[in-house]
Design a protein around this ligand. Structure first.
Ligand code: GTP
Ligand code: MG
Length: 481
């Protein structure tokens, strides 16, 4: 049996970036060819995309773990590693993406609307890309950055123009079945409908969708019956239809009090006050029903409702109803700002991209300085700590960003602990300042000076300019992303 699933927890893993390659070109008679290690490929993203043909989240209920492929490592001969493939996960129109705390991350409405649920890691630069005027033959490459891991909750809110609400057995599903081609289950016991039904109605030139929700009973807001859980499916509708039963056999019910009770439950749920509402008095094929409908009609109209007397079974008043609904939907659509067909939802960045912070932790005797920031944390992940040159390069990058200076200002001294990254996942080391009190940069560490032949003055000038350029821009400008 297929079940309707409208809420799932999904665990997604983006692909890791491929490592950069450290390699030196070898040729006969040219034993010291240049560095030719290629860059690693980028890890694939995990992307949620609205696909109109997908109607449930069932697939993700069955397999909630999804992973994009990794980038391939770079190779010698300047061969870049292949990028990992993005993993596109199709989701139904109206899928809301939340984090585990319930914060809405994205609201995916409209074919093709996409959200990057987990971002692939950057590939590491190979030593060819890392070479510069001063660092002619780097003996290291950058590691690929691990892809993001994210836990998200997907919730489906049906996107229907019209929503039918009412007591169980009022005839909501019957109405959908005669207004559209949908064939929902219909029966004379309460709670026949356990999950929303959706139908497409054509009224003249207007095409709109209509949905019902499981019947509501008094106390639904306290969880009676099926509760209000399914009302999230009517949240997006632009028109609400009260389906009132004129032929119920329950002696304590009548259309007016039914309406009051449903309205009270809607109010408890909240957020639906501004939807236009109309009233449908159903089952007027039953003689007593017709009489009751005539009786309550003036009251309902006095309350400001447009009232339609119909019979789903005998097909009375349906055409008029469907055109009236089409008109209301048309008005609602015209009032809405036009949305672009495809919107890409960009995730807000957690950390300020350019900046970083230094905070003092630990004790007076043993201070620890914590560095947080998108760049320093990524750079640490890109570093092969078994390679001194790579570690030297990291120190240079941190220095250029101003990390050393800020550490000094925060009172850090040589030998103090410095942690880069969050508490649970930080790289901690003893600080060895490479800048003097005047913040003057000393020679960069970890450089390969084997190729530093004496340079003529003009060459030295060119090199100096090149180096200034390099210092002025962020190293990551080189990175393919
Ligand atoms: N005589 C008569 N019976 C109707 C009419 N519309 C629906 N019914 C009957 O009422 C009963 C309930 O109809 P449903 O369409 O399943 O009602 P519902 O509102 O979807 O009910 P739940 O799914 O339980 O909330 C069925 O036996 C229908 O045949 C009508 O216009 N006239
Ligand atoms: Mg039903």
């Amino acid at each position: 049996m297929t079940t309707f699933v409208d809420r799932v927890e999904l665990h997604v893993a983006a692909g890791n970036g491929g490592h950069g390659c450290a390699s030196v070109h070898r040729e006969k008679f040219k034993p010291l060819g240049g560095p030719d290690g290629g860059n690693g490929g980028r890890g694939g993203d995990v992307i949620l995309t609205v696909e109109q043909s997908v109607t449930t989240l069932l697939d993700y209920h069955h397999s909630p773990h999804r992973k994009a492929t990794n980038g391939k490592p770079g190779e010698g001969g300047n061969r870049a590693g292949k990028d990992g493939q993005d993993l596109i996960l199709p989701v139904p129109d109206g899928t809301v993406v939340l984090d585990k705390a319930g914060n809405v991350l994205a609201d995916l409405v409209g074919q093709g609307t996409s959200y990057i649920a987990a971002q692939g890691g950057r590939g590491g630069l190979g030593n060819a890309a890392l070479s510069s005027a001063r660092r002619k033959a780097p003996g290291f490459a950058l590691l690929g950055v691990p892809g993001e891991l994210q836990d998200v909750v997907l919730e489906l809110k049906t996107v229907a123009d019209v929503a039918l609400v009412g007591y169980p057995s009022a005839g909501k599903s019957s109405l959908i079945s005669v207004l559209s081609a949908a064939k929902p289950k219909i029966a004379d016991y309460p709670f026949t409908t356990l999950v929303p039904n959706l139908g497409v109605v054509t009224a003249g030139s207007t095409v709109y969708t209509i949905a019902d929700v499981p019947g509501l009973i008094p106390g639904a807001s306290q969880g009676k019956g099926l509760g209000l859980e399914f009302l999230r499916h009517v949240e997006r509708c632009s028109v609400l239809v009260h389906v009132l039963d004129t032929a119920t056999l329950e002696s304590d019910r009548d259309p007016l009090s039914d309406l009051d009770i449903i309205e009270e439950e809607l109010r408890q749920y909240g957020g639906l006050d501004n939807r236009p509402r109309i009233v449908v008095l159903n089952k007027i094929d039953v003689p007593d029903g017709k009489d009751l409908a005539e009786m309550v009609r003036p009251d309902l109209e006095a309350r400001g409702y447009r009232v339609f007397e119909v019979s789903a079974v005998a097909h009375i008043g349906l055409r008029e109803l469907s055109f009236a609904l089409g008109e209301l939907v048309g008005k609602a659509r015209a009032a809405k700002p036009k949305e672009e067909a495809t919107r890409i939802v960009i995730r807000p960045k957690a950390v300020d991209d350019a900046g970083f912070t230094v905070t003092r932790e630990g004790t007076d005797a043993e201070p620890l300085f914590r560095v947080r920031g998108e760049k320093p944390e990524r750079w640490v992940r890109q570093t092969d700590f078994n390679n001194d040159e790579a570690v030297g390069y990291l120190a240079d990058r941190l220095n250029r960003l101003g990390v050393e200076e800020k550490l000094m200002k925060a009172g850090a001294r040589g030998g103090d602990g410095v942690a880069i990254g969050p508490e649970e996942n930080a790289v901690v080391f003893d600080w060895e300042p490479s800048v003097t009190a005047g913040a003057e940069m000393l020679g960069r560490r970890g450089e390969d000076h084997r190729f530093e032949a004496p340079r003529p003055a003009a060459q030295r000038r060119r090199d100096r300019d090149a180096e200034r350029d390099e210092a002025g821009r962020e190293f990551d400008d080189f990175e393919p992303f």
